[in-house]
Structure formats: C-alpha cells, structure tokens
Design a protein around this ligand. Sequence first.
Ligand SMILES: *Cc1c(COP(=O)(O)O)cnc(C)c1O
Length: 828
Amino acid sequence: MKKTTKTTSFSTEPLGLDAIAIKQSLANRLTFSVGKDPRTATDRDWFNALSYTVRDRLIERWMETMRSYYQEDSKRVYYFSLEFLIGRVLINSLNNVGFYDECVKSLEEFGLDIEDLRELEPDAALGNGGLGRLAACFLDSMASIGIPGYGCGIRYEYGMFHQRIEDGRQVEHPDNWLRYGNSWEFPRPEVLFPVSFYGHVVDYKDSKGNTLHHWEDAEEVMAMAYDTPVPGYRNGTVNNMRLWSAKASRDFNLKYFNEGNYIKAVEDKNDSENLSKVLYPDDSTEMGRELRLKQQYFFVSASLQDIIFRFHKHHNSFDTLPDKVAIQLNDTHPSIAVPELMRLLLDTYHLGWNKAWSITQRTFSYTNHTLMPEALETWPLSMFGTILPRHLQIIYEINHRFLKDVMHQHPGDCDLLRRMSIIDETGEKKVRMAHLAFVGSHKVNGVARIHTELMKTTIFVDFHRFFPDRIINMTNGVTPRLWLQQANPLLSKVINSHIGDKWVTDLTQLKKLIPLADNAKCRKQFREVKHANKVRLASLIKQHMDIEVNPHSLFDVQIKRIHEYKRQLLNILHIITRYNRIRHNPDSDMVPRTIIFGGKAAPGYALAKLIIKLINDVADIINNDPAVRGLLKVVFIPNYDVSTALDIIPAADLSEQISTAGTEASGTSNMKLALNGALTIGTMDGANVEICEEVGKDNIFIFGLNTEEVAERYNQGYQPWDYYHGNHELKAVLDMISNGFFSPEEPSRFRPIMDNLTTHGDHYLLLADYDAYISCQQNVDVLYRDTDEWSRKTIINIANMGKFSSDRTIQQYASEIWGIKTAGPQKG
Ligand SMILES: *Cc1c(COP(=O)(O)O)cnc(C)c1O
C-alpha cells in the first residue's frame, strides 16, 4: 500500500531566532539529539547541540527555496568541482541567517563561550587551494544573490592532509574530519545511482536498423548523496551542495556470496568504497592515477544521472535541457561529463548525434585555471579505454567530426589537425581533457584578464582562431561575508561606523571610504585595527609555536601552496639579503620585519618540500642570531588552511604575490589580503594586474619582468649564471644556501635548490627578478616608516577592492554564460 501525504495538512512551527527560542532549542537538541545531560555534556556535545540548532533553522528556508525553484521551474546551475574548500561553517551559518548575537547570549546563559565551541569544528578541507576555495566562495555568492546554484562533488572521507612540521620538514597526517560526525550534512540513502567501470561495448541493431551500443560486463559502484545546506546572506535562500560517497553495489558482491566466498565479497566492498576515500593532494600538477580518473567519472556520472532524471520527470523533451540546466566545469577535472552526457542522450534516451551534441554543447561551459603544461590533464589512451570503453568511442566520434570541420576550414594543414586533436598522438597516445572540455562547451573562461588573453595566444591559440567568440574572461573574486565580515570583525565595525553595512552584499560601496584616507583620525582608526589584529596573531604564534614576534614590526605575509612558480624562494633570497645587510651594517636601523609563511607542499613534490625545510632552517639561524637585534624574524605557520588564513590575513601589512609573470592564473589570496588592508608587493601577473588598475599604481608595489619580457628571456636563452656573477649580494646569498650556512650539520642539503636556480636553468626567472624585487622591498621600508602615508594607501586599497567580490564574478557568469537573469547586486 502506498501512503499519500497531504502536504497542506503538514505544517511545522517556524523556529524562533530570539534568544529564548534558541535557548530552548539548545536544551532540546542536547537532550534529544546528542543524548547528553547538561551536567555531563562536554564542549563537543554543546557544539553539536548548537550546530543542530542552527541547522534546524536552515532547513525550513532550504525547503522553501527548493520548493520555489521547483514551482518556478527555474534554470539551475550545477557547479561541477572535484574540490570544495569550505572550512568551518558554524559562524558563517549564524552570520548569514542573522542570529549570531542571540546565539552568543543563549550560550552565555549555559555558561558557554562561542569562541571555545567554534574551535571544535574541523575544517571541511575538501580541496587543495585556490581552485577549491573559489568553488566555496561561488556557492556563497550564488546563495546570497538567489541563484539556483548546486555544488556537485565528492564527499571525501579524508580531505586535504594535515601538515605538521617536524625538525623543519613537512610531515603529512591524515585528515580524519568525519571522526566526530558531521552535523551539517544530511545522508540521503535513497538517492543512489549506479556508476559503471571497465567492461566492453557491444554493438547491435534495433528493429529499424539503427546501431545501438551496449556497455556490458561493467563493474558497478553505487553513488550515495549527502546534502549540505548553503545559506545565502540574510535573504531566505538556502541552496544545496550535493556530495557523493561510494558504496558497494549489492549485485557486485552477490556473485561472491553465491559462490560462498563471504570474505572476498566484503573485501571487494572495501575496494569499491575506496573511490571516495581521499582527496588527491596535488595542486597544479597532474599525477595521472587511475583512481583519480575513476573519482572524476564517479561524481560526474552520479551528478548527471541525478540532473537528467530530475529534468526528465518534468519535461517531455531534452530540447529544452540547456534552457533549464547550466553545468559549469571547474577546470578539466569533471570534463568527462561531456562524453557522459552524450552517452546518456545517445544510448539511454536514443537521441540522434547532432541533437545530442547541440544539447551537450549548450549545457556545458568550462573554466580554465592554468596555462602550465605540467598541469594540463591528459590520460593515457589505454588506461582510459579500459576504464571507460564507451566514452573513448564517443570521444573518437566527437574528435572525428570536430577535425573534419577544422579540415574544411583549413584544408591541407595536417599540423593544425595534430595540434587541435583531442587525442595527442606524439609518443604514448593520450586524451587531452582541455581540448575535450573546450570542444564540448559553448563558453570557455579564464579567471583574470591577463590569463584569459594568454589563453588566446598560447594553449588555445588554434581554438581561439576557430571559435573566436568562445573564450571569455571572468575575473575571480572572494566572498566579502567570509573574507572581511567574519575574518575581520574589528575592521568591519570601523567600516560600518563610516559607511554602514551595505558593502556586505555590494562591495563597491567600499568606494565611500576613499575620503577617509585623507583624514588623520580615520587613518588612526584603521591603524589601530591592524595593530590589534597583529597582537592577536602574535599571541596565536606564541601560543602554538612558542615564538615571540613583535607586533610593531612589519608583518610580511606569503600564504599559498608551496610551488616553484609562486616563488617562495625569491622571498627567501630577500630574507637572506636582509639578514646579511643587518649583520654587515651593525648600526643600520632597518624597519623591523616579521616574515610569515604558510603553505602545504604536494607530498610527492620533493623540491617544494625542500623549500619548506629551507624556510625553517633559515628561520632557525636568523631567529637565534643576536646580531639580528630584533630587526628580522621568520615564521612558518604550519597547516595553512581556511581557518589559519582567517587568523593571518587581517594581521598582514604586506601581501607577497610574486609569481613569475604569466604563471599565476588569477590568485585570490591577493584579493583577501588587500581587502583587509595589506599592501601588495607583486608582479604583473594574474589578478595583480587588475588590483593595480583598481587601487592605482602609486598604491601597490609592482616589480619585475612582465609577460612579454619573460617570453623574451626564454627565447633569447636565459643565463642565470650571468646574474649570479653580476651581483655580489645575490652571489653571497646563493653561496650561503649551497654551502650549508643554514644546514651546517648537512652542508649539501640545499644543493638541489642552488642547482635549480643556476645549472638547471632557473625556469621561473628568480635571478632575473632578484634586483628589482630587492629594491622594491626597499621602497616598502621607506613607505612603512611614513606611518600616515602607509595608512593612507591602506585605506585606498580597501576602498578600491569592490571589483573583487565573488558576487560580481557570479553576476557575470550568470549573465554571460548561464543565461540567468538576476536582480543585480543587492543594493540599498
Ligand atoms: C585563498 C586560499 C588559497 C589561494 O591562495 P593563492 O595565493 O591565491 O594561491 C589557498 N588556500 C587557502 C586555504 C585559501 O584560503
């Protein structure tokens, strides 16, 4: 018997947001959900009671939001991403729903401090760095603007590894973030889709003589959904992030059970559930591992089945799919979605090729995040064909038709066909995922203006000629709710006192701060906020690392993944230069600096790990040398993640954005830091170019080679040894590194770094930029001494960061790619 529920007779009391209602909810949740007596409850029990209390208040709005999307048959956006770097969500939820103060009050009545409870929440670190954090900022912006946006990804059991520093070296520890459960998510055991791997394709003819393709003897894994509510900022919208977890398929085990091999059946269960076990910790390099390809297909297949079946229930033709569904591919990681949608339309729903292809292209769009060859995804054809045999067939067909078009337009140009082919046939044959994503999308975007322009002239030069309207720019942004309002309550308060709080949903409002830059009283206010944030960070550093730092010193911050192209080494060259100048000029009165690093190295990236060791060895020598006289301190803060970023960024004076021009697609920590009143020292790379344009070149420290000059060096045969011999200070610094000055117990420890910067060609041009960087750093010192001028530029920077809200970015995606009308920024 099927039960019917009359929704009209089903009603709940709306949950109150006042302190009395919250207090009652806390008590109820502690008792009935956590199962604890208030007399024996631990802080973690209270954290869980609190998060349930908050979640309860999200649920009503969530259901209301989903109901309204359904009733209006709104066009939905699915953001496909292998990574979502969310961080902690308690304060964000309280803040976005708008009952933070009431919660604090209610907790106080139980003798609890929200600051203690918030620390108990683990970071949801389901991402590596910038790409995953961008996805998280986009979810916040879509909800805050009221766009029907869904995050689609994997519920990794282990997120980004936890970094510990032992004897100055990175040691990776597993991130068991679900150990105490996750009170924000809803498991959906009934939302379950099969995902197939391996097997082979059988062709046969139907009664009308059409060839049909059957993917047979495949192994099946089940994908189970977990939903996490994503609240918008005080607008009643709560969107959904749906992450997939792998579960063994019953059928798959059955054959062993039937053979009486119970143990083998359970072992196999483990194998298939390993699919969603762990996030690959490699940022900007491709490892080409089989499990990674399976992860990609796993979440893409589950998400597409979910989307298609939902669409199909309410629409009788797929012709309108692109009017109701937009799918954004965050990098090429989910680009297997292109042949997967084709497969569903062709093999399951029996559409013709042309119709299926038109629907597919109009549904997808692709965001490119890197131009660096080592980061461009390719899969060996043999591996690909073994795991996904039907998809390889479809890719061949896509490629065949595509290259035929190219050939018609450029007859006889065989080299062009070779370059543009989705299959790389030079050496071991490979599938080029960027070409697949490009061909299968109606729009392809870069993430900062310079990056987009370089896409057109480098990796996609042939594609741009063939599809001149396809590549567009969407400069990245960050959410002001997290990166200013929550990160920096003191600064927010000062800003609010002058211009109100409309900036929270319309960051261009910050422009109203410009006149304050010329007001001495205001400059003092901003300075005092920065100082208080520095005192706070200094006390965290003392507490966790037992290092004393002087909050009156200039806080010089470089926080990002450790990577050669980001040039943490250039920063070290400056530090050692500074150290030598202090030692050799005993009466110099340099500006005291604290140089702060944070960042993880990919576990297999030996040179990046050696850079971490060098930073810590240099810190050890400098921090313990009395000759330094308090003028220099170096701190490597372990385990850089969203939570540590929130502690560091408000305290930064100087933001290091020093990648080799042309290598950093956009960067987003540059935006977060400038928004919090740090001045940028940087190259003309990524979004630095646009930050410079917004704040004005007098309010930023730009140095070094630009992209054209970088290209010239490469073309003209760059000679790092010339720079080594041509600059005695640089030579001294490099000699110290390579001769064991910082590693007396193992003098050759850093030889690989020396070799990298000299004999092996210094691919990222550190030596070529050294001089310009050092003299630019001198300009920083000069300005920092002029306290008023520094504060003035700080305010000008904050005031001109409006462009870099992810709300602006999402508005642009909505109108230029997704075809979704929005009300525009929430003004006044
Ligand atoms: C913003 C952010 C990044 C990106 O930093 P970039 O300097 O732009 O590479 C990486 N990790 C975390 C935790 C972040 O918050």
